[in-house]
Ligand binder design. Structure first.
Ligand code: ADP
Length: 258
C-alpha cells in the first residue's frame, strides 16, 4: 500500500541563477493522483520545476507547497519526512551498478530509517523484504533479475529497477526526469505506458519531464509547456494544438523574424 498521494501548489515561483532565470512567475496546481508532463526545449526549466517539487531547488521568490506545507520553509526533519513520500527517478537513474537489483530496490527505504537501520536490509535482507521486492519486480516484468548485478542489465531493465526502487519507497508522488531519454522508441513507449499504469493503479501523483512530445501528447493526460522558464500552455493533451507546439519549440531567432 502506498501512502496517500499528494498535490502541489506553486505560486509566483521564480528561480534565478545569478543574472539568469531558470523559471519565471510560475503558477501551477497539481492535484493528488494527477499525471502531468513538463514539455519544452532543452533549457526551458523542466528539471528545475521537478527539483522544486521535492525541495531540492528552492525558489528565489514565490512558494512551493506540498499538501499545504511550504517545502522550503520546513525544519530539516520535517522536510526529510515529506521527501520520503516523494519517489525521484533521476535522469541518470542513481543506481549502483556493482550491487544487485534487490539491493538497489531495497535502498528505496533508506530515507525513512536511521542510517544504520537503513543499511541492514542491503547487507542482510529478510525473506519478507525480498518477497516484497520480487513482487514489485514481477509486476514490472523483470522478476528474474532479482539477484543480477545492475551493470549487467539493459537500459530498459535499469529504468524498471529505478521505477521499482521508487515503488518500494511507498511514495505518494513519483517525479521522473526524462525517464525515456536512454531508451529506443519501442522501449520508451513501453516504459511510459508502464509508469502510467502503475501510477493509475496506485493512485500516485506522477510528474514527468519528457522531450518526446509526440509520445507525451499521445499518452499523458495533462501537458505543461515550458519555454525560457515560463509556462506557455497548461492543457489536457487533447486540447494541445500544433500551434502550441510550434510556439513552444520555435527558435529564439525565428520569433524575432516572425
Ligand atoms: P531543462 O530541464 O528544461 O533542460 P533546466 O531546468 O535544466 O532545463 O535549466 C533551465 C535553465 O537554468 C538553463 O538555462 C540552465 O542552464 C539553468 N540552470 C539550471 N540549473 C542551474 C544551476 N544549478 N546553476 C546555474 N544555472 C542553472
Amino acid at each position: 500500500m502506498s501512502s496517500p498521494a499528494t498535490g502541489f501548489c506553486l505560486r509566483g515561483v521564480c528561480v534565478e541563477y545569478g543574472a539568469s532565470a531558470a523559471l519565471r512567475e510560475v503558477d501551477l496546481e497539481i492535484e493528488p493522483g494527477e499525471v502531468v508532463a513538463f514539455v519544452g526545449p532543452s533549457g526551458a526549466g523542466k528539471s528545475t520545476a521537478l527539483g522544486l517539487c521535492n525541495g531540492m531547488v528552492c525558489p528565489t521568490s514565490g512558494t512551493v507547497r506540498l499538501d499545504g506545507e511550504d517545502l522550503c520553509g520546513l525544519p530539516a526533519a520535517r522536510l526529510r519526512a515529506l521527501r520520503s513520500r516523494i519517489g525521484l527517478i533521476p535522469q541518470e537513474l542513481g543506481l549502483v551498478g556493482n550491487l544487485r537489483v534487490s539491493q538497489n530496490v531495497l535502498a528505496g527505504r533508506l530515507g525513512r530509517r536511521g542510517a544504520l537501520a537503513g543499511l541492514r536490509p542491503l547487507i542482510h535482507a529478510r525473506r519478507g523484504e525480498l518477497t516484497e521486492v520480487l513482487e514489485i519486480l514481477d509486476r514490472l516484468g523483470i522478476g528474474e533479475k532479482l539477484f543480477h548485478r545492475v551493470d549487467t542489465l539493459s537500459g530498459g531493465e535499469r529504468q524498471r529497477v529505478a521505477i521499482a526502487r521508487a515503488l518500494y519507497q511507498e511514495a505518494g508522488v513519483l517525479l521522473a526526469d526524462e525517464p525515456l531519454s536512454a531508451l529506443d522508441p519501442a522501449r520508451a513507449r513501453e516504459t511510459l505506458t508502464l509508469l502510467l499504469a502503475v501510477a493509475r493503479e496506485e493512485g500516485l501523483t506522477l510528474i514527468l519531464s519528457l522531450h518526446d512530445i509526440d509520445l507525451a501528447r499521445e499518452l499523458v493526460g495533462r501537458l505543461v509547456g515550458l519555454r525560457a522558464g515560463r509556462v506557455v500552455f497548461d492543457r489536457r493533451r487533447e486540447d494541445v494544438t500544433d500551434d502550441d507546439l510550434r510556439h513552444l519549440y520555435q527558435l529564439e531567432g525565428d520569433e524575432r523574424v516572425g
